[in-house]
Design a protein around this ligand. Structure first.
Ligand SMILES: [Zn+2]
Length: 358
């Protein structure tokens, strides 16, 4: 690992060093959607076990869930407060796990910009006090807008974010499928594949901002959620072609000038994933598979202990035996954490992100 990358939350130059290192060494960091301390802790437990960095990702809905569904969410107040609270939780505990952690937020479309604004304000405040932002990076997904408007708005935010060492993830093209209430499952298939010219346009525009740091979520047939095999045609060669295009235009020595990230990878073939990593993918989002893993852990716990979970008193050992140690919420939630952490260790292996801390 580069000397700048230390255990705990990684921001600014350390984050860029980490991502460049991942690109050079050929691994991608799991970017995991979380909904509370159980899933946050499962992320860090996994990272400690597999010996690599992890990205903890808050969605707008996930942030609201952390604040509590009954909290007033006018003007996204609960979504903002929940993300900030979750980020502070990570900052308090990350060092105890001895792994580098990237704090990130997920898709933000145009209508959700008040949420984004609230997060940037929280970062600016934190920066004043600590000399670094609260989060490491944020995603803006304006891929529903025209290319010019998408990148125009991204550039405005990039200018503000670069001043406080925040990295911007932007999206070009459309990730298919459905996630966090946004449904792209019937979008025209040509829009599922990003063009090299579009990526280069964004690269130039955002790259002109002083101290800019950014990653690109390009579309190459990726889809949110898990679909029956054969329904998704992943074309990672689009990423390879794009890197070659930018290198030629720039006359650069770097054969992979752009840092890519991979959304909608659940259910993808490991060969396709690793081919995408070779094309400069440094992070892959994981949500659907860890959602299932967490549930599957809880499900299995209940199935194994069902007869001890039907009332406060009385089980196969005796009609007067207490069941408290079985229905303590920590038991079922811990089973979920363990299953999620195990799934993440497998993901890290697929992404070659295991054993990379030395
Ligand atoms: Zn996504």
């Amino acid at each position: 690992m580069p000397a700048s990358v230390k255990p705990g939350v990684v921001t600014g130059k350390a984050l860029v060093d980490l991502l460049q290192h991942a690109k050079k060494e050929g691994f991608a960091i799991p970017g995991v959607n979380i909904v509370g301390t159980n899933s946050i802790n499962a992320c860090m437990e996994a990272a400690k076990k597999y010996g690599g960095p992890i990205m903890v990702t808050f969605s707008k809905g996930g942030g609201q869930f952390i604040a509590g569904k009954a909290a007033d969410n006018s003007d996204d107040a609960a979504s903002i407060a929940g993300c900030v609270a979750g980020a502070k939780h990570v900052r308090e505990v990350a060092k105890l796990y001895g792994v580098p952690v990237v704090l990130h937020t997920d898709h933000c479309q145009k209508a959700w910009l008040p949420w984004f604004d609230g997060l940037i304000e929280a970062n600016e405040e934190y920066y004043k006090e600590h000399g670094e932002p609260l989060f490491s990076s944020h995603m803006l997904d304006l891929s529903e807008e025209s290319l010019e408007e998408n990148i125009g708005i991204c550039k405005q935010y990039m200018e503000r974010m670069a001043k406080i060492d925040l990295l911007l993830e932007f999206e070009l093209g459309v990730t298919g499928g459905e996630e966090d209430g946004v449904d792209n499952s019937d979008v025209d298939s040509s829009r599922l594949y990003t063009q090299p010219e579009e990526v280069y346009y964004a690269y130039k525009e955002l790259g002109s901002v002083p101290n800019a740091a950014f990653t690109c979520a390009a579309s190459f047939g990726n889809v949110h959620g898990v679909y029956a095999p054969g329904n998704v045609e992943l074309k990672p060669e689009i990423l390879h072609n794009t890197q070659a295009y930018i290198q030629e235009k720039e006359g650069s020595d770097d054969s992979k000038p752009m840092l890519f990230v991979f959304h909608g990878g659940s259910g993808s073939d490991v060969k396709d994933i690793q081919y995408a990593i070779e094309a400069g993918v440094v992070k892959m989002n994981i949500d659907t598979d860890t959602q299932w893993a967490f549930w599957d852990g809880v499900r299995e716990y209940e199935a194994t202990n069902r007869e001890y979970l039907q009332g406060q008193i009385g089980n196969p050992d005796g009609a007067d035996k207490p069941n408290k140690k079985y229905y303590d919420p920590r038991m079922s939630l811990r089973a979920g954490e363990e299953a999620m952490a195990a799934r993440l260790c497998q993901a890290a292996e697929d992404l070659k992100c295991n054993g990379v801390l030395n």
